[in-house]
Design a protein around this ligand. Structure first.
Ligand SMILES: Cc1cc2nc3c(=O)[nH]c(=O)nc-3n(C[C@H](O)[C@H](O)[C@H](O)COP(=O)(O)OP(=O)(O)OC[C@H]3O[C@@H](n4cnc5c(N)ncnc54)[C@H](O)[C@@H]3O)c2cc1C
Ligand code: FES
Length: 271
């Protein structure tokens, strides 16, 4: 997956922010230069505070980009200092954003789309909404099946938004509080057994990515996986984000986050 050298950095205005699930926030900013060129799979590198802490930017995937209005949306879970600060941003404030960064999901050539299955878990779900929207728009003839998984109902993000674009998701939760009681990979096994799937796109926790890649490998179905590894510089300089591939270590921030699943050395990937 080729990274795109085009990126922009500067102050952007917060348009809205709201809690969409307990501890999960939707942030919309106005950044026409980024919205114009963003593609599914790419992420923003956000300076979360206005002071010196935290010093480093935090990577958050693009969930929606509207070139017409210049609006971008991200959805994030508060897990530490950076995301807690970001959740306290208010409309009208300006935050420093760099993007779009990283590689994109590879979409089919026009006229060659086959059924796509999207498998998302936890905070890996938001970037897949952007992907589903673009697949629906650019490949209206192809079926897009969405499978979402989480620990419980409150960790299932964007389900209404998927419904609103004509991709009603099948849901699996570990505790059975919503949808299938079990893993999202149970739903994927069923889909793959029908033998009509042309491509699987996935983003979520590493154990889920591993299981998805394993199922796709056994079924002979191509798969693209997007990683949300820890990052520091975000621009390829520090090597803090590398993952093992069959061709050696690769940087998630510049050569990823999206990789063909069969290029990853899954046995060596840390969970
Ligand atoms: C390409 C990419 C896209 C991402 N997209 C999203 C997104 O759309 N929504 C979202 O909520 N999060 C996303 N993340 C994860 C997000 O970047 C981290 O949660 C965030 O940087 C944590 O910053 P913090 O300062 O709040 O927490 P920190 O204080 O840095 O860490 C708090 C705790 O979270 C753990 N942690 C931090 N980063 C990660 C990580 N990447 N994976 C697993 N554990 C981590 C730390 O080990 C620590 O235990 C993405 C990460 C990457 C690399
Ligand atoms: S975060 Fe520095 S090289 Fe990827």
């Amino acid at each position: 997956m080729k990274p795109d050298a085009q990126k922009w950095q500067g102050l952007t205005e917060v348009v809205s922010i709201g809690e969409v699930r307990p501890g999960h926030y939707s942030l919309r900013i106005c950044a026409p230069e980024i919205a114009r060129i963003s593609r599914p799979g790419q992420f923003l590198h956000i300076l979360c505070g206005t002071g010196t802490a935290p010093l480093l930017r935090r990577p958050i995937s693009i969930c929606r980009a509207d070139p017409a209005s210049g609006l971008l949306e991200v959805i994030f879970r508060v897990v530490g200092e950076g995301t807690a600060l970001l959740s306290r941003a208010r409309p009208g404030e300006r935050i420093d954003v760099m993007g779009p960064l990283g590689s994109k999901f590879q979409l089919p050539e026009p006229g060659h789309a086959r059924d796509a299955v999207i498998v998302g878990g936890g905070v890996g779900i938001p970037p897949l909404l952007f992907l589903a929207e673009i697949l629906r728009k650019e490949h209206p003839g192809a079926d897009v099946h969405v499978l979402l998984g989480g620990r419980s109902a409150e960790f299932i993000l964007c389900d209404e938004a998927f419904r609103s674009i004509g991709c009603p998701p099948e849901i699996a939760t570990d505790d059975g509080s919503l949808g299938h009681h079990g893993l999202v990979t149970d739903l994927l096994s069923l889909r793959l057994s029908r033998n009509t799937v042309g491509m699987v796109y996935t983003c979520g926790p590493t154990p889920m990515l591993k299981a998805v890649a394993n199922l796709c490998g056994r079924a002979g179905t191509p798969c693209q996986a997007s990683f949300e590894a820890r990052m520091a510089c975000g621009v390829g300089a520090c090597l803090s984000c590398v993952i093992p591939t069959r061709g050696g270590y690769r940087r998630v921030c510049t050569e990823g986050p999206v990789f063909p699943a069969d290029e990853i050395a899954w046995h060596d990937v840390q969970e």
